[in-house]
Ligand binder design. Structure first.
Ligand code: ADP
Length: 367
């Protein structure tokens, strides 16, 4: 397993302050031409670049009030008991702040967070190696946890439940199981597909939380915060314009903001207004509702290729040259949330609002 150490940060009340080392596994991802991957979404480059914009404390984490309330209470109670936080499962579309929340939890608890993803835990020794090296109360973040293989899952069960590894030593008739205690730790699992998790694994999480798409006010605040960190002078109206076009997703908001910054820099603009945002994002074919070319291609194919549906996911994916899992986990949730698309037992159907959007943008590639 290719593990590199990177990042900075955490300690806290219980533990002496020391630089937080993070073990980050840059597992290979299937990234499409939009820079979106099946599970991590719009991964726009090295994790370090994302890190520079991540809020570090719960108080700086914008929006998701229910999530913050639930986890805030759990953190406080755990700190008082001086125990490891119960295992946490975070689910929801990519780019909404699951990794960020894991890092925030570690910061609040004053412990390290080790980051990996399920595809990097192929061999039993990968996960065993991580588990035996955990210090008491540390967080282990496993992204795309629905992709864990069965052997890795079975190693995790006693680890999560009793902080114990059951290892098989020897082969055939001489094989024996030996138990090895490990430090009490917190597993933070993240997934875009909660339904794909096996129920024994899901049942071992004490806290299961869904992340929602962000509302406009929260997104505007996220854009303004990021603009401050990136040293962009941005009008409130410009921030709102980015917020409208980012599919309810902070990661996309940050990416669009960087594109706006490029156009502003090349055009020699100092302060960025709504007009410049419009110009910059039209260049990137992001329309006024935040749909990009692949979203419009999907609606276009559904309407003009299949009479508006119903049509099955696999057929739609084949017509678009997309992987069905990517379509379902990355492209569809926002279209569903916006009421442009419906999932029915017989397949996907375009809605009235979807049709209206298509009529306003007749060419699948038009901004
Ligand atoms: P996920 O793990 O769900 O795919 P991330 O946690 O990597 O998403 O978030 C992507 C980026 O969005 C982060 O780098 C961070 O800058 C930003 N972000 C996410 N959630 C928030 C939030 N609640 N407030 C401010 N910025 C956020």
């Amino acid at each position: 397993m290719a593990i590199v150490s990177s990042g900075s940060a955490s300690a806290g009340a219980a533990a002496p302050r020391e630089p937080r080392r993070r073990l980050v596994d840059p597992a290979p991802q299937d990234v499409d031409e939009q820079g979106r991957s099946a599970d991590r979404g719009a991964a726009e480059g090295p994790l370090q670049r994302e890190d520079s914009l991540r809020p570090r404390r719960l108080a700086d984490y914008i929006g998701q009030s229910e999530l913050k309330q639930v986890l805030g209470i759990a953190v406080e109670a755990t700190r008082a008991r001086e125990e490891a936080l119960d295992h946490v499962l975070l689910y929801g579309p990519p780019g909404l702040g699951k990794t960020t929340m894991a890092l925030v939890l570690a910061e609040e608890l004053g412990v390290r967070c080790r980051i990996t993803s399920a595809p990097a835990l192929e061999r039993p020794r990968d996960i065993v190696g991580l588990l035996v090296n955990l210090e008491p109360r540390e967080l282990l973040f496993i992204d795309e946890i629905h992709r864990l293989n069965r052997v890795a899952e079975e190693i995790l069960y006693p680890a999560m439940e009793d902080f114990r590894l059951d290892l098989t030593v020897g082969k055939g008739t001489t094989a024996r199981t030996r138990s090895l205690p490990i430090a009490p730790f917190t597993l933070v699992g993240a997934t875009t597909r909660a339904g794909s998790l096996s129920s024994p694994l899901r049942d071992r999480f004490g806290l299961i939380q869904r992340l929602e798409f962000y509302g406009l006010d929260d997104l505007q605040a996220i854009v303004q915060r990021a603009a401050g960190l990136l040293q962009i002078e941005l009008d409130a109206a410009a921030a709102l314009e980015v917020a409208r076009r980012c599919r309810g997703t902070p990661r996309i908001a940050n990416r669009l903001l960087r594109r706006v910054r490029d156009v502003a820099a090349v055009g020699g603009h100092g302060r960025v207004g709504a007009d410049l945002v419009h110009e910059a994002l039209s260049l990137h074919r992001v329309d006024g509702r935040g749909l990009d070319a692949s979203d419009r291609r999907l609606l276009h194919l559904l309407q003009h290729g299949y009479g508006g549906g119903p049509v099955g996911l696999d057929t739609l994916a084949a017509g678009l040259g997309e992987d069905p899992a990517t379509l379902e986990a990355v492209v569809e949730p926002f279209l569903l949330q916006q009421g442009l698309l419906q999932r029915t037992p017989r397949g996907r159907v375009i809605t009235e609002a979807g049709l209206a959007h298509l009529q306003a943008h007749p060419e699948p590639s038009a901004a």
